[in-house]
Write a protein that binds this ligand. Structure first.
Ligand code: AHR
Length: 671
């Protein structure tokens, strides 16, 4: 039998070598011998290049790994309301601690706060007086989330509530790591017979990324504290987001942001799932909650309003995921799902309702009378297989469509998965993928053959993980790049995609890898973070056909777009190629239907690292693996370029103004 194949193979070789695709006089190296050569044909001819959805590449923010509490939300005090015990006395006051021994100070939690939703307050008895007190006084101290980043030249606002028996004379101070240095201090004195709000602005005289907040007294006193908040005044767009982390997200130019989870939305148990109404309104009155999937307390400073605000600030469309009455362990029966449906409807009204509606009115009082641009909601997370999901989902779907017909609804059921066949109405279906590098690279074809009708795909979580990824490897990033090129190609049916998770505070790593690693004062992107920057220009661009020769497509993936640069009014043809092979590859790129302006510099951007595919960035070497830009000399529509082993490369080729590429009626991006 095998012998009969030879004439056919010979015929294929003859036909291929005569085809226009291989007819440019390029050498085609024999597989496995010498320098490998690949061929890529990019077709920019014609008028109707499809438009990549402006939402295709976005981000997914989950409250995991202290992404928000101790991360993006810039609050420096951890457990600011002494509520981390869940509102039961004695509460859990971690990481608050005392300064002074048991003869000098004692503390206790009592449910006597002026805040109705979070009754716990801290009573502090200072028993020492004058010389019997430790130097600097006795009191309480909070190190925040593994140290507070206090910087000279910046300002920090302390807000707290107190009540006392008799006069108090307190020192509120930012103190250095070893507690010997005061970075900033102020005196707060008086008699506070009723709960009183005090505000102090610190201007530190020294910097320390590992500082703490201390409240001390050198006099006998009895005083109660509650809701102690310390925020930098310098936050992203003045809205309370840690500036460096917010900027890193904004730099990805995400088309959307999905939030707040993930499993965080479900909870291990329903009683611990996030309930949005407890995360809105004045921060002092938010009870906070224990996220029992990722096992930490959050004060919910970053609540539903802040998520919508952040989406607006980074120019991304918000996608709100709400609990559908299902946790990891317990479920609400479909016959009793009504209250959850009302909660979801109220949450949508909170975002888009008029100011004279109940929840739209609350949004207005919080500072945003104009509706947020909420267009999508997701009914739960990864719940399709659960007993009551399908029943609950339908009720949510019809209720939402009847009150908010323009809101698009995302189902947890994969409409292309034969094991969960469904005809239920949906605008999108959620697709999550965590896998090996080779499988992720293979999945660039996942959507090639799915039906073109029915709900579109929302790839709301993807990442290479485990052995191939470590804490964020180049190997993982390259395979993901291949996957994303497949999504670009299939963006008629895939409208949105996001890497997951977005953030990790390296002091409490619950899940690896993550796109952005940070601690109290540093942050860096993993190769997967930088990989995403190669795709941020694709949102809204015109997609071109990019075809690799068959032999190369085993270890290469490629895509091509035309994008307009609003800053210069120029249009660029961007070709991206990922090489997952161990060897460099010469690639001949043949662009038809477009003249490249060779008079002006075009650009090559590459991410690679000397062949070490498991290389990672670290706090010590945060930019070891990052995109490197070089000028591309002599760009032309027939180019031969070298791709490094294990690399992702993009070529941005300037198109002549008013050149020969026709405007696409659909995109309007070409000139
Ligand atoms: O991204 C981490 C987790 O992975 C998400 O919470 C969950 O949706 C998925 O299983």
């Amino acid at each position: 039998m095998a012998n009969h194949r030879w004439p056919i193979l010979l015929l294929i070789v003859v036909v291929l070598s005569c085809s226009p695709f291989f007819g440019h006089g390029y050498d085609f190296a024999a597989p496995g011998g010498g320098t490998k050569t690949a061929y890529l044909k990019v077709d920019a001819s014609g008028d109707h290049h499809p438009t990549i959805p402006s939402t295709l590449f976005g981000v997914f923010f989950e409250e995991i790994n202290h992404a928000g509490a101790g991360g993006l939300w810039a609050e420096l005090v951890r457990n600011r309301g002494f509520e981390a015990g869940g509102g039961v006395a004695p509460s859990n006051i971690y990481p608050w601690n005392v300064i002074g021994d048991e003869r000098a100070v004692k503390v206790a939690t009592e449910p006597t706060s002026c805040f109705a939703n979070n009754k716990m307050a801290l009573r502090m008895d200072v028993m020492c007086d004058g010389a019997s007190c430790p130097a600097g006084g006795a009191g309480i101290v909070n190190p925040g989330y593994w140290g507070m980043n206090i910087q000279q030249g910046k300002s920090y606002k302390l807000v707290f509530y107190l009540r006392s028996i008799g006069p108090v004379d307190l020192t509120v101070a930012l103190i250095g790591f070893n507690r010997t240095k005061k970075l900033a201090a102020q005196n707060v004195g008086g008699v506070f017979t009723g709960w009183t709000k005090r505000e102090v602005v610190f201007k530190p005289i020294m910097s320390d990324p590992n500082a703490s907040l201390a409240i001390t007294s050198s006099h006998k006193t009895v005083v109660w504290f509650d809701q102690i908040s310390l925020m930098p005044l310098d936050t992203y767009k003045g809205h309370g987001f840690r500036a460096d982390l917010a900027q890193m997200v904004a730099d990805l130019k995400p088309g959307f942001i999905r939030f707040p989870g993930g499993c965080f939305v479900e909870g291990a148990w329903l009683r611990n799932a996030v309930r949005w109404k407890e995360t809105v309104g004045p921060w002092e009155n938010r009870p906070g909650h224990f996220g029992d999937v990722w096992n930490y307390w959050t004060d919910d400073g970053m609540g539903l309003y802040e998520f919508y605000q952040f989406a607006e600030d980074i120019g991304a469309l918000p996608i709100w995921v709400f609990n559908n009455g299902i946790s990891h362990t317990d479920e609400v029966d479909t016959t009793m799902i009504g209250p959850f449906i009302q909660e979801a409807l109220d949450g949508i009204q909170f975002a888009v309702g008029p100011v004279n509606s109940k929840w739209g009115g609350l949004r207005a009082t919080m500072g945003h009378p104009k509706p947020f641009d909420l267009r999508y909601v997701a009914v739960g997370n990864e719940d399709c297989g659960k007993e009551h999901y399908r029943g609950n989902y339908l009720k949510f779907y019809y209720a939402i469509k009847s009150v908010f017909p323009n809101i698009k609804v995302i189902s947890n059921c994969d409409y292309t998965d034969p094991s969960t066949p469904t005809q239920d109405p949906a605008d999108y279906y959620d697709y999550h993928k965590y896998t090996t590098a080779s499988d992720m690279f293979r999945l660039r074809h996942q959507f090639d053959t799915v039906p073109r009708t029915g709900p579109k795909a929302f790839v709301s979580e993807y990442a290479v993980w485990r052995e191939d990824a470590g804490l964020g490897s180049l190997k993982a990033a390259l395979a993901e790049a291949g996957f994303l090129m497949g999504l670009e190609k299939n963006s008629d049916i895939v409208e949105m995609a996001a890497y997951a998770p977005l953030f990790v505070n390296a002091n409490d790593r619950k899940w690896s890898p993550d796109a952005i690693n940070f601690d109290s004062y540093r942050a860096y992107g993993t190769p997967s973070y930088w990989m995403q920057t190669f795709f941020s220009q694709s949102n809204g661009a015109a997609l071109l056909n990019a075809t690799l020769d068959d032999r190369s497509s085993a270890h290469l993936a490629a895509s091509a777009i035309i994008r307009a640069d609003p800053a210069t009014g120029n249009s660029y043809l961007r070709v991206k190629v990922v090489n997952v092979a161990d060897d460099p590859i010469d690639i001949k790129i043949d662009i038809i239907g477009a003249n490249i302006d060779s008079r002006f510099a075009s650009k090559k951007t590459e991410i690679t690292y000397g062949g070490d595919v498991m290389a990672e960035n670290t706090f010590e070497e945060p930019l070891k693996i990052k995109p490197v830009e070089t000028e591309l000399k002599n760009p032309s529509s027939k180019m031969g370029v070298k791709l490094s082993a294990h690399s992702l490369t993009s070529f941005d080729l300037l198109l002549p103004k008013g050149g020969n590429v026709k405007q696409s009626r659909k995109t309007g991006v070409l000139s």
